[in-house]
Design a protein around this ligand. Structure first.
Ligand SMILES: [Ca+2]
Ligand SMILES: [Ca+2]
Length: 272
């Protein structure tokens, strides 16, 4: 038996192709929407109470959020910083506190809450310190959906840190006028031991907290922190500083640079 031959004209083929595309559009839209939802959960905004899109049960409200490992301790959830799993979050209302643990995404939630005033509180584990407020007041109206996030950083009192910025010292005075002088991203800062051997080099940040750098989990001792002056710039501070760290210290060292020609004074001023 031979099957009947199906012959389609070019016109019909084109029409069939258009039909397939039209049918595929709603599927694509659903996939995009799902991806956006996943991204929202994976990268929430830090430390603010924001109304979300989803709606709790009629007449009720919801408070949810994340706890994250604020590895650089700056109070913001930066790209690459992981969630904090199994943290404890408590919500207090009158005399009936409720408790939840963060899941593997660092997420917690309190659903179907009566409208009213709540305090959301995190328990900071041993060996960690909070980098955001540990207690946040939330006023919940019917239908409200609020987000509260908590940052924690691992902190051993026996370890120490050195952090700071490379900044564009626009007025060339060697000091960082933070309101008017932006940081300089992609600068290179190097940590050396007291003998001058390089321990580690890092790039200053781009985007949020422009120009920031950090060396953490350092043993107490003597170090040298040194900048590489970005191409085209010259220094308005010393380019190298000796730093002595004792247990638990956090020392800040800022480096000023400026684009010549300018009225910048001679190099070699002391770090403010
Ligand atoms: Ca951070
Ligand atoms: Ca300045």
């Amino acid at each position: 038996m031979t099957l009947p031959k199906i012959q389609l004209s070019r016109k019909k083929l084109r029409a069939a192709l258009i039909l397939v595309i039209i049918l595929a559009i709603p599927v694509t839209l659903v996939l995009v929407s799902t991806n956006q939802e996943l991204r929202r959960r994976a990268a929430p905004s830090p430390v603010e109470v924001n109304p979300l899109e989803s709606v709790p049960l009629p007449g009720k409200g919801r408070i949810s959020g994340y706890k994250w490992n604020d590895q650089n301790g700056n109070g913001r959830w930066d790209t690459g910083e992981p969630a904090y799993a199994e943290g404890t979050i408590i919500i207090l209302s009158g005399t009936t506190p409720r408790e939840d643990s963060t899941d593997t995404q660092g997420y917690f939630e309190f659903n179907d809450l009566e409208p009213g005033d709540y305090i959301v509180e995190e328990i900071v584990p041993d060996g960690w310190r909070a980098t955001t407020a540990t207690s946040v007041a939330v006023s919940l109206a019917a239908g409200d959906d609020r987000e509260v996030n908590f940052g924690n950083v691992s902190f051993s009192p026996a370890r120490a840190r050195i952090s700071g910025h490379q900044f564009n010292d626009l007025n060339g005075d060697g000091g960082w006028d933070t309101a008017a002088e932006p940081g300089v991203g992609k600068g290179i800062i190097t940590l050396k031991d007291s003998g001058g051997a390089t321990i580690f080099s890092t790039e200053t940040w781009e985007g949020t907290d422009l120009g920031f750098y950090l060396f953490e989990k350092l043993e107490p001792g003597n170090y040298v922190v040194e900048e590489t002056v970005p191409e085209g710039f010259q220094s308005t501070t010393d380019s190298s500083f000796e730093v002595t760290l004792t247990a638990g210290d956090e020392k800040r060292v800022n480096f000023g640079v400026i684009l010549p020609p300018s009225n910048s004074p001679a190099n070699g001023r002391a770090n403010p």
